[in-house]
Design a protein around this ligand. Structure first.
Ligand code: AMP
Length: 469
């Protein structure tokens, strides 16, 4: 072993020891959070911190910049909200008109609303003003809420820039920037808005950056924004992923409506989230379900904020059993007890599969993810299986394959197109695995639990560690 490798290992071992010394991993009390915060947590029945909280809270309390690979459902919001609230509580300051002390940016209205709500819940015994700045609703009340200044401002980028543009808020007093779901921000075209916002922040600030995946463009953005960040990464809760039973149903595209209805009529389906690739697809699937007597609602970007809120509330309290969503709209959905995630269309971005199935098996529950795959979608399936490094078992009971020759022809023609565009994918899925087999997403390298605290710029891991497998 070279001396440099020995030094790095020793430094990592010291960092791990420090982390374990810092907190009793089984309880929130070990972090030394202010009493009003632990009181709120006790009332919320948060007994033990989740892995991302164990890793992130001590770092944020030490005022480090943090880059975290974690997705919604891992307890990531509390991981940044609790130490931020502790900082606010330990350093009270008189309100300054039209400013905020903490700025949280998130890609969707729903997610922003949930983050703001979480700050309110965890901070309910603190003197605290939390404001929400999202599009799709009138701007006037948001400007008024900022008039006296707030401790926490949670915003989507476009509306925040509107508010800054009209002088309703200035960002020059922000002490902390949180960028949540950075990969989604990029997907949704917010990169320029983010750069404009960051340019308006004071140079000296703490930065917390979270993303479910770390493609090169996101790693680049993180490098621009963060200073000597500590890095944390967790699976979408390994124990959660273990509980997701994944299945593929091979079928002709025209059989999808019938098979979907069949699945949803199953007794085990108590609350299901159905994903389509497009907004029109979501509407079409919803109409077909309703026609076949299955109550369903759609949620996507063409719906007004009020409609989305109403539909989500109905889904959350069980009045609607089936919600049909696009990837973007589903980002902010934090609903426990979703028993089934059904991919009506396979996503063409393989990471979206991981996001989607992470919607079930939350809060310790079991869950099933069923994907309907037509011959045209086989290349997407291959890309997903390559990313998650496992073959998803096929469910032969529901299969409605096209005649074998046709199916093979379509798949081959797709494979051919695929090959002509790039290198071949060596992964050959095993189709004989038992349908009930349980698989661990924790196998995905970028989702594996890791903690890499670094003590200096030289300790930055080589870039390739941030690339996906
Ligand atoms: P998030 O990943 O922040 O969207 O959180 C997912 C869900 O887990 C939310 O419903 C939180 O209220 C809940 N949660 C977060 N941390 C804990 C915890 N330590 N114990 C119990 N529930 C938690």
């Amino acid at each position: 072993m070279s001396r440099a490798t020995r030094d790095t290992s020793a430094r990592r071992a010291r960092a791990r020891r420090r982390l374990t010394d810092d907190c009793n991993l089984n309880s929130f009390h070990g972090f030394g959070l202010a009493e009003p915060i632990t009181r709120a947590l006790a009332e919320e029945r948060y007994d033990a911190p989740t892995p991302i909280q164990v890793e992130t809270i001590p770092l944020v309390l030490r005022r480090r910049d943090v880059v975290g690979i974690a997705q919604t459902g891992t307890g990531k919001t509390a991981a940044f909200a609790l130490p931020i609230l502790d900082h606010i509580s330990a350093n009270p300051q008189p309100s300054q008109a039209k400013t905020c002390r903490v700025l949280v940016l998130s890609p969707t209205r729903e997610l922003s609303a949930q983050i703001a709500e979480s700050f309110r819940i965890y901070g309910r015994y603190l003197r605290l003003h939390v404001a929400l700045a999202i599009g799709g609703v009138p701007i006037g009340p948001q400007a008024r809420a900022l008039a006296r200044g707030v401790e926490i401002l949670v915003a989507t980028p476009g509306r925040l820039l509107d508010l800054v543009g009209t002088g309703a808020v200035s960002l020059d007093r922000a002490e902390v920037l949180v960028l949540d779901e950075a990969d989604r921000m990029l997907d949704m075209g917010f990169i320029h808005d983010i750069r404009r916002i960051v340019a308006k922040l004071p140079k000296h600030r703490q930065n917390l950056f979270f993303s479910a995946t770390m493609p090169p463009a996101i790693a680049e953005l993180a490098r621009e924004i963060l200073r000597n960040p500590a890095r944390v990464a967790v699976a979408p809760s390994a124990s959660t992923a273990e509980r997701i039973e994944q299945q593929i149903v091979h079928l002709e595209a025209s059989a999808k409506p019938t098979v979907l209805a069949e699945i949803l009529r199953g007794e085990a389906v108590q609350r299901a989230l159905v994903f389509t690739r497009t907004k029109h697809g979501a509407d079409r699937v919803t109409r077909a379900l309703v026609r076949s007597g299955i109550g369903a609602e759609a949620i996507h970007g063409n719906k007004s904020q009020n409609q989305r809120g109403r539909v989500l509330a109905a889904f959350r309290d069980g009045r609607v059993r089936v919600l049909v969503a696009t990837d973007v709209a589903a980002r902010g959905i934090d609903v426990d007890a979703i028993t089934h995630v059904i991919n009506y269309d396979l996503p063409n971005v393989p990471e979206s599969y991981v996001h989607r199935i992470g919607r079930t098996a939350r809060a310790g529950a079991a869950g099933t993810a069923i994907s309907l795959c037509s011959a045209e979608e086989l290349p997407h399936l291959r890309a997903i299986e390559k990313l998650i490094r496992m073959a998803i078992p096929a469910d032969p009971r529901r299969a409605r394959p096209a005649p074998a020759k046709e199916l093979r022809g379509k798949a081959e023609s797709h494979q051919h197109q695929h090959r002509s565009r790039g290198p071949t994918r060596p992964h050959a899925p095993r189709r004989d695995a038992p349908a009930s087999a349980r698989h661990e997403l924790a196998m995905v390298p970028f989702l594996q639990p890791k903690h890499r605290e670094q003590s200096g710029p030289s300790a930055r891991p080589p870039r390739k560690q941030w690339r996906r497998a």
